[in-house]
Design a protein around this ligand. Structure first.
Ligand SMILES: Cc1cc2nc3c(=O)[nH]c(=O)nc-3n(C[C@H](O)[C@H](O)[C@H](O)COP(=O)(O)O)c2cc1C
Length: 184
């Protein structure tokens, strides 16, 4: 079977991040044809055009990992109705310098996770907006606004409940089709 590599970008640096927990659940539940791996963004220095033509090694390593992936899955919190700065920074680094957009053409999807009711709707939409410029064709449906996450985790604090597990699996099933369609 054809296996596709999926770079998972987690928009939170928090140790006990709910988004990282859900990203790990995506990894656990992924179909065999999708090999999901978190690509870390925590050590990326702030983007500046001044250094994009002589970038630090961590930028190069990050861009190499993104370029090597077949697809992208964003899993992010919402900060002040938009996306965390660390995620936006990673987007810029991946996209630059001109004509060296590492994200280009890779099928993508987004899930946003929040303890709040509306599940990071604003961040989810913002990621889709940025994806236009990053040239990431995004899966449109299903949308994944995973709100009230504390109620969706089991007592172990890392595993999602049955209903959420089904939701993540269904999401991954459509994403698999999307990835295969775009990369064929
Ligand atoms: C600076 C800041 C802004 C936040 N703004 C929002 C928001 O707009 N919408 C929301 O649902 N939660 C918001 N929150 C709460 C986060 O959803 C919550 O801290 C969540 O646990 C962060 O994701 P994580 O667990 O993956 O780190 C905000 C948190 C911080 C620290």
């Amino acid at each position: 079977m054809d296996t596709k590599k999926v770079a998972v970008i987690v928009g939170s640096l928090r140790k006990e991040s709910f988004n990282r927990k859900v990203a790990n659940e995506f990894i656990r539940l992924a179909p065999k044809s999708l090999e999901l791996e978190i690509v870390e963004i925590k050590d990326l220095p702030f983007f500046s055009e001044d250094i994009e033509n002589d970038p630090p090694q961590v930028w190069i390593d990050f861009k190499t990992k993104i370029a090597a992936a077949d697809a992208i899955l964003f899993v992010s919190p919402e900060y002040n109705r938009t996306i965390p700065g660390v995620l936006k920074n990673a987007m810029e680094i991946g996209a630059r310098p001109p004509k060296q957009n590492s994200w280009k053409g890779k099928p993508g999807a987004v899930a946003t996770v929040s303890p709040g009711l509306i599940g990071g709707l604003g961040a989810n939409q913002t990621i889709r907006e940025a994806a236009v410029s990053l040239n990431i064709p995004m899966m449109q449906q299903p949308e994944a606004y995973i709100g009230q996450i504390k109620d969706k985790l089991l007592e172990d604090g890392v595993t999602v409940n049955e209903k959420t597990e089904k939701f993540l699996k269904d999401f991954l099933e459509v994403f698999e089709k999307w990835v295969m369609q775009i990369t064929k």
